[in-house]
Design a binder for this molecule. Structure first.
Ligand code: PGA
Length: 253
């Protein structure tokens, strides 16, 4: 685990202003666990409100458009989410790839746009169950990363990678600890190859897919797991904080 683990909540298409109280509760708890970097990515409609309510936690977006502005009805640019208070963008999530046909080229263009707007990125990768069963998971995931990682070394410190096996997202199934460790080690190897040892050290590799307080400790203890990207369990402060506690190594209730 990284010296300062990074725990990010991805609220997906959940949350109205009623959920601001959860953000406040998460923020208060994060102030007691400064050893852990905590962030949430609410839907676009709540970014500004969450940003105004919190002091400690990071606020991010779940996507952005690849263009800086223009005639793209219904879309939101990186500069817009930055203006609303987002400091990072989650890109390449399998739900975007699956539901909106986003391929590596588009994800890569969005990454460039987000970095250009001065933001940090969380680049998601992960294989389907079919791919895992065929024994090609590592090739597939490393292929996604090779196609999407920005090739500018000085951007490395603004990059976080999230490995999320698609079949483990929202299903209650988590990958075996050994499989997570192997994939994270392989990703670390690729980051060193791409950016060099020093810069690669700055890049955190998160695990995502049905992470909850019960399994977080075991997953976060793995050498190259530097944090977690959490969906379902980030929707209430209570369940999310169980994961923050596991990351802080504290047994406080
Ligand atoms: P989950 O989602 O924790 O609900 O499985 C994780 C994610 O999609 O980021």
């Amino acid at each position: 685990m990284a010296e300062r683990p990074y725990i990010v909540g991805n609220w997906k298409m959940n949350g109205t202003r009623a959920m601001l109280s959860e953000a406040r509760a998460i923020d208060r708890a994060a102030q007691r666990h400064m050893k852990v970097e905590v962030a949430v990515a609410p839907p676009y409609t709540l970014i500004h409100a969450v940003h105004r309510e919190v002091e400690q936690i990071g606020v991010g977006a779940q996507d952005c458009h690849a263009e800086p502005e223009g005639a793209h009805t219904g879309d939101i640019s990186a500069a817009m989410v930055a203006d609303a208070g987002a400091k990072f963008v989650i890109l390449g999530h399998s739900e975007r790839r699956g539901n909106h046909g986003e391929d590596n080229a588009l994800v890569s263009a969005k990454i460039a746009a987000a970095l250009e707007a001065g933001m940090r990125i969380i680049l998601c990768c992960g294989e389907s169950l079919e791919m895992r069963d065929s024994g090609k998971a590592a090739d597939f995931v490393l292929g996604q990363l090779k196609a999407c990682l920005p090739d500018i070394t000085d951007a490395a410190e603004r990059v976080t990678v999230a490995y999320e096996p698609i079949w483990a997202i929202g299903t209650g199934r988590t990958a075996k600890t050994r499989d997570i460790a192997e994939m994270h080690d392989a990703i670390r190897g690729l980051l060193i190859e791409t950016y060099g040892e020093e810069a690669a050290k700055e890049i955190r590799i998160l695990y995502g897919g049905s992470v909850k307080s019960e399994n977080a400790g075991k997953i976060l203890a793995l050498e190259n797991v530097d944090g977690a990207l959490v969906g379902g369990a980030s929707l209430t402060a209570e369940s999310f904080l169980g994961i923050v506690l596991a990351a802080s190594g504290s047994d406080e209730e």
